[in-house]
Design a protein around this ligand. Structure first.
Ligand SMILES: [Fe+2]
Length: 297
């Protein structure tokens, strides 16, 4: 019933500065501006994948999931309500750029989530060098990762793909659309933007270096998902990843356990060429909280 991660709403201190960064360096495009918020698309079909809203403190305001159609929204609404989400809005028309039909809810740890269908799509969607196609996954910190994953499985129909240090879950053929990482609080670990090739990841890493954002981890290739990665600290200390070649899986995929994903000593990925994640990045990966309450644009 879900087709993937549509994107995220972020609260940022300086919308104009971040919009400049996400267009000129990160290579998204602005599709709409309203009430001080800026909506950005990738080269894929989603109307927007990233929305920047003015806030006093940086925050993850909402995780947006794409549903197949209106019937899927209604079915998921019933399922989320039955699964014991602490707060669930009724499905309704969405009054923000891109529109659509959907509902908002809080998951058991208070994360604001929306399920959206029938929003505007771009007819010119295509994979393009040097432009992110979509947000392919978000990784979230949690003190209770198995319980968190179990709720998303029960309430939304996600499937567990793998368990390493993280628990990876998916709702489409991408190996993961979300993953839960151990943490003391429910915070954002990072957001991953899909590029069309390793070359585009590398050229993106070059643009980021030129713009003053060092590579904090990478270039490397993850075990679970087999994707190539480069991690950076973006504006307001949001940790963002360029990635490519995410493994495509189906129901025959075998869920592996943490011991099966252990790397040799001193390695933090499959290649063994990158230094480990920087301490700066690991600290940034604990700092972005979810806003409290449902997100209502
Ligand atoms: Fe990632």
């Amino acid at each position: 019933m879900l087709t993937g991660l549509r994107g995220v709403d972020l609260g940022v201190r300086d919308v104009a500065a971040q919009a400049r960064f996400y267009t000129e360096v990160w290579r998204l495009s602005i599709v709409a501006e309203r009430n001080g918020s800026v909506y950005l698309r990738g080269s894929g079909a989603h109307h927007h994948i990233l929305a920047l809203h003015p806030r006093a403190e940086p925050a993850l305001l909402c995780v947006n999931l794409a549903a197949a159609d209106r019937a899927a929204v209604d079915q998921l609404h019933a399922r989320v309500s039955a699964a014991g989400a602490p707060q669930v809005d009724r499905p309704a028309a969405i009054g923000e750029p891109g529109g659509g039909y959907g509902f908002a809810f809080l998951d058991p740890e208070g994360r604001a989530v929306r399920v959206i269908a029938e929003d505007a799509r771009h007819a010119d969607a295509r994979s393009e060098p040097d432009r992110p196609l979509k947000i392919t996954h978000a990784v979230l910190n949690t003190p209770r990762q198995e319980e968190a994953a179990a709720f998303w499985v029960r309430a939304l129909g996600f499937q567990v793909s793998d368990r390493s240090l993280l628990t990876f879950i998916r709702c489409n053929a991408d190996h993961h659309n979300l993953a839960f990482h151990p943490g003391e609080r429910s915070t954002l670990h990072h957001l991953a933007f899909e590029m069309d090739s390793i070359d585009s990841v590398m050229r993106g890493a070059g643009r980021m270096r030129d713009a003053g954002h060092a590579i904090e981890w990478g270039l490397g290739r993850h075990g679970p998902g087999n994707n190539v990665f480069a991690y950076f600290i973006g504006p307001d200390n949001f940790v963002i990843e360029y990635t490519a070649e995410i493994e495509q899986v189906d129901d025959s995929y075998r869920v592996r356990e943490p011991r099966e994903w252990a790397y040799p000593p001193g390695h933090s990925d499959l290649w063994g060429a990158t230094p480990p994640p920087s301490e700066r990045m690991k600290s940034a990966q604990q700092q972005i909280s979810f806003a409290t309450g449902l997100f209502r644009p």
